[in-house]
Design a protein around this ligand. Sequence first.
Ligand SMILES: [Zn+2]
Ligand SMILES: [Zn+2]
Length: 259
Amino acid sequence: MKNALISNYHTHTKRCHHALGEDKEYVEEAIKAGIKYLGFSDHSPMPFRAGYVSGIRMSLKEADAYFASIESLKKEYKKDITIYAGVEAEYYPEIFHKLIDFLADYPLDYMICGQHFLNNEEDSYYMGSPFSNEKILRGYVDNVKEAIDSGKYLYIAHPDLPQFVGAPEIYDKYMRELCLHAKERDIPLELNVLGYVKRPSSPPYPTRRFFKIAKETGNRTVVGIDAHSPAAFADYNSQKAIFNFADSLGITPEPFLKI
Ligand SMILES: [Zn+2]
Ligand SMILES: [Zn+2]
């Protein structure tokens, strides 16, 4: 069975400490799966204050090797696949400008916004844990709106990560605001395959309650595998489930994005 997917801009590498395999293996598995446009978007190195070490991303020092590896794979496989060098980066207001300055030294093709934490990572909320405080949802939506306004992001990864368990009207109000903002700025929203694969042990995204709003708002959408292992490319059943989910809401994900 061949994959319906011809692009994936959400691909990690072992540098984030929770993904497996060699960079080359991701490329080879993507080619086998029929992917034509492959973006690496590992969890971005971040210019945190001295002394803070994140366990879920490469260090600043590892950025050289990350981009060098992708540049070399671009050349090696150019006959078979178009490869892009990206990062998945939260919008952390206090250090965002430092991050952009840092990345300016590298051949970066694009960024995606996966807002896993509110405002910062050191003393903050993981958005995938259940919460009912409206202020946290307000903050999440503000972070993502500012990310969109920065003009630096290609799309929003798993926009429906927040596990808000408060009143449905409140969820609807804030997420509608997010969707409208993305629509006005022409920024696609991702239907995330990994959120499906990890069920039921992790936050259950993509969610019907979010993408119903996105459908009503008329948002652009794209499917992201969020590959944390080369084998993820061959998981056609999960990818198909995401396409079926989209279809059930009348949503048609875009086959590829312009970079
Ligand atoms: Zn990850
Ligand atoms: Zn990711």
